[in-house]
Design a protein around this ligand. Structure first.
Ligand SMILES: Cc1cc2nc3c(=O)[nH]c(=O)nc-3n(C[C@H](O)[C@H](O)[C@H](O)COP(=O)(O)O)c2cc1C
Length: 189
């Protein structure tokens, strides 16, 4: 008899717990799959926009996540009009797809000073270029590397819904919503 490598996938509660463990691991382990989720927003003209981000905080007790970005980036313009986002992770080791839908709040200035202080020096310009990310430039490297803390933003994602798809010997799919206090519901995969 072969042992089930993923016994946590069999029950709603352990599946949900496992997904959170994998998200939390992404915050602390730069090699974990959840380190680099895909964040999708809706542009003001209604188009879907997706990009890779770094997961900076994950709190299972509140169902919240945090990301860092530049206040001048297009995703901020998207979120100002439509303050919801989807986040996607494919965790190959766990054979688990995590799909989240969240309300997004944007914080900047003194409110995020503590988060800014924790950003390593060498990563700061990635989130705080004073030039607008996506602005056309004459040559590939014709941009300013100066970090400006005034444009550093923290995105706080309050998860509404978490949908999990586990591809084990059997396939299992479940949805967990804040509205149902994360009780969970199996779905046809
Ligand atoms: C591995 C990786 C990690 C990234 N992490 C972030 C991040 O944490 N925050 C961020 O704003 N952009 C991050 N980016 C850049 C984004 O993918 C994107 O190019 C940039 O944010 C501009 O997106 P926008 O124009 O849609 O706002 C990362 C890109 C890669 C490839």
């Amino acid at each position: 008899m072969t042992l089930d490598p993923h016994p946590w996938a069999r029950e709603l509660v352990t599946l949900h717990d496992h997904a959170w463990q994998r998200l939390v691991r992404g915050v602390h382990d730069r090699h974990a799959p959840a380190r680099h989720p895909t964040l999708a927003t809706v542009s003001p003209d209604g188009l879907p926009k997706a990009r890779t981000v770094v997961l900076r905080a994950a709190d299972p007790s509140t169902g919240r996540l945090e990301l860092h970005t530049n206040l001048h980036s297009a995703k901020i313009a998207d979120l100002r009009v439509t303050p919801v986002a989807a986040l996607h992770v494919w965790d190959h080791g766990s054979r688990l797809q995590i799909r989240l839908e969240a309300d997004v709040a944007i914080a900047t200035g003194p409110e995020v000073a503590a988060a800014w202080a924790r950003v390593p020096e060498h990563s700061r310009s990635a989130y705080s270029s004073s030039q607008r990310p996506g602005h056309p430039i004459p040559g590939a490297l014709d941009y300013d590397q100066q970090a400006d803390p005034a444009v550093f933003a923290v995105l706080s994602l309050t998860i509404r819904s978490m949908e999990l798809l586990h591809l084990g010997a059997d396939h299992r799919r479940a949805q967990f919503t804040r509205a149902s206090h994360w009780a969970g519901q199996w779905l046809v995969p």
